[in-house]
Design a protein around this ligand. Structure first.
Ligand SMILES: Nc1ncnc2c1ncn2[C@@H]1O[C@H](COP(=O)(O)OP(=O)(O)OP(=O)(O)O)[C@@H](O)[C@H]1O
Ligand SMILES: [Mg+2]
Length: 252
């Protein structure tokens, strides 16, 4: 059965895109067919996997200008549906349609059937695009930094899950909260990690993504961490996170 993951938090810069790319890359290395979908007008994911100015984007496909285009990346088994700045018009253009929350689900459905994993990278907002992503996903992963504002982003994402479960997608589950950009030498980070562990004992993943220079560099060379610096802390952390996530899914 294919699994659709959404990576979301309305806090910016917490590692949604980095986690989508590198979780996806870890799964692809394990032989799974993975499609990353860039829902963010910033299109950081698209550029982060080395795709520059793609002709066919998610937005054009959502507007039925052309069929959905899935591009290959430099990594075997890892594919991408490109984002574009035009996605910022989605809510204005489609916001009045009766089935507005289901447009992404309908568009992706045939592709989902041909994959093992589809990973949706959301913008830092809980608008119509993100609601579309929650509506078509099986699992939510919330990356969060160990600081107060990121925790608020986490709470808002979890509240949205409950609303979506009631109205749009009863089968959406929270797969995990992922602590990112973690520095164990910072007292604040250790304290915030403890707050999360106490507040969300079942949801917080044991794997933590450390702050690391090579994770910041990888998108600039258009590669996942496993190609850019396979021996780095970042590669180890995302490999551990992917293993933990798969173990959780198979135990559920
Ligand atoms: N563990 C890490 N160590 C060092 N740098 C990181 C780490 N994770 C992410 N970064 C860097 O931090 C910045 C923000 O990360 P990322 O783009 O993944 O966050 P985001 O939540 O997707 O942001 P946005 O909300 O703007 O979409 C990027 O420059 C990224 O390369
Ligand atoms: Mg992002």
């Amino acid at each position: 059965m294919p699994s659709v993951f959404v990576f979301s938090s309305n806090k910016g810069g917490v590692g949604k895109t980095t986690s989508t790319i590198n979780f996806g890359a870890a799964l692809a290395r394990a032989g799974k067919k993975v499609v990353l979908v860039d829902l963010d007008p910033q299109s950081n994911l698209t550029r982060g996997v080395g795709l520059e100015n793609p002709e066919r984007t998610l937005y054009g496909a959502l507007l039925k200008e052309y069929p959905l285009k899935v591009y290959p990346t430099t990594q075997e088994n890892l594919f991408v549906v490109a984002g574009s700045a035009a996605l910022s018009s989605f809510e204005k253009v489609k916001g009045d349609e009766l089935d507005r929350e289901y447009l992404l689900k309908e568009l992706l459905a045939p592709m989902v059937q041909r994959c093992d994993f589809v990973l949706l990278d959301c913008p830092p907002a809980l608008g119509l695009l993100t609601i579309n992503a929650y509506t078509c996903a099986h699992y939510l992963c919330v990356p969060t930094e160990a600081q107060l504002y990121a925790m608020e982003g986490l709470k808002k994402a979890l509240d949205l899950v409950q609303r979506v479960q009631r109205r749009l997608n009863p089968s959406l589950q929270v797969a995990g909260i992922l602590l990112t950009r973690y520095n164990r030498h910072k007292v604040l980070h250790r304290e915030m990690a403890e707050v999360l562990r106490t507040g969300y004992p079942d949801l917080l993943l044991e794997s933590v993504i450390r702050e690391s220079i090579s994770l910041g560099e990888a998108p600039h060379v258009g590669e996942s961490i496993f190609v850019h610096q396979p021996q780095s802390a970042g590669a180890q952390d995302y490999q551990a996170m992917a293993t933990e996530m798969l173990t959780r899914l198979s135990a559920a």
